[in-house]
Design a protein around this ligand. Structure first.
Ligand code: AP5
Length: 216
């Protein structure tokens, strides 16, 4: 049976950090809608140009555009055994679309770890986040610093700060999350797959909670 995990939580909760841990541990692809958008922005594609008008303002990219992009990603053969989804779905319409997509693989969403942390912690984490330009690995200048300033431990790539991590955009992203994405907490609770994870703990402790949730 394929295993599809959806990481849910506000910006800065640690979804990307933990998605990488899970993907490595279970040898599943890590599908991050934000990373796919950023790759398109970097490459100057039409999708990237459109997405950037929303991302730079801290708004969600429209559902039809996002769903089509993820459907394309799911058409690749590496998703048949499962995937770790990070940042998708983010609205009930996206969650319904995902459910339909997974039926094609005889799959379903098996687990939704919902990672939370207080708002002031989210803001602090995003303000100090540095991301590798080549592999997308994330660091934090205080909580998870690279061995060498500005250089990725994994592949030596340059580290950069995301444009949408500016303080005013972060506050808006959190508001957008509350309004448009938080309804997914009940959506998945009703389906019996939600697992609450305390994200206000050291990275290794959050990973341990996720491993425990995977065993149930
Ligand atoms: P996206 O890239 O998905 O961003 P996000 O959901 O806002 O989440 P983040 O990447 O900011 O945070 P994270 O939870 O992954 O935290 P991380 O692990 O990096 O989306 C960006 C934009 O794209 C959206 O605003 C939207 O416009 C668009 N978009 C994307 N998907 C979409 C969709 N489905 N529909 C419509 N639009 C979409 O950690 C953050 C920092 O904290 C790091 O520095 C990390 O090192 C540190 N950290 C992590 N865990 C811990 C810990 N336990 N203790 C201390 N520090 C920690």
């Amino acid at each position: 049976m394929p295993t599809y995990i959806v990481l849910l939580g506000p910006p800065g909760a640690g979804k990307g950090t933990q998605a990488k841990v899970l993907a490595e541990k279970f040898n599943l692809p890590h599908i991050s809608s934000g990373d796919i958008f950023r790759e398109n922005i970097k490459n100057g594609t039409e999708l990237g140009k459109l997405a950037n008008t929303y991302i730079s303002q801290g708004e969600l990219v429209p559902d039809d555009v996002t769903i089509a992009m993820i459907r394309e990603r799911f058409s690749r053969s590496d998703c048949v055994n499962g995937a770790i989804l990070d940042g998708f779905p983010r609205t009930p319409a996206q969650a319904d679309a995902l459910c339909e997509m997974l039926k094609e693989f005889d799959g379903r969403v098996n687990l939704v770890p919902f990672i939370t942390a207080p708002v002031e912690v989210l803001i602090e984490r995003l303000a100090g986040r540095w991301t590798c330009r080549t592999c997308g690995r994330v660091y934090h200048e205080r909580f998870n610093p690279p061995k060498q300033h500005g250089i990725c431990d994994a592949d030596g790539g340059d580290l950069y700060q995301r444009e949408d991590d500016k303080a005013e955009t972060v506050v808006h992203r959190i508001e957008v999350y509350q309004k448009q994405t938080a309804p997914l907490i009940d959506y998945y609770k009703e389906r019996g797959v939600l697992a609450e994870i305390n994200g206000f703990a050291p990275i290794e402790e959050v990973s341990a909670q996720l491993m425990a949730a995977m065993k149930h």
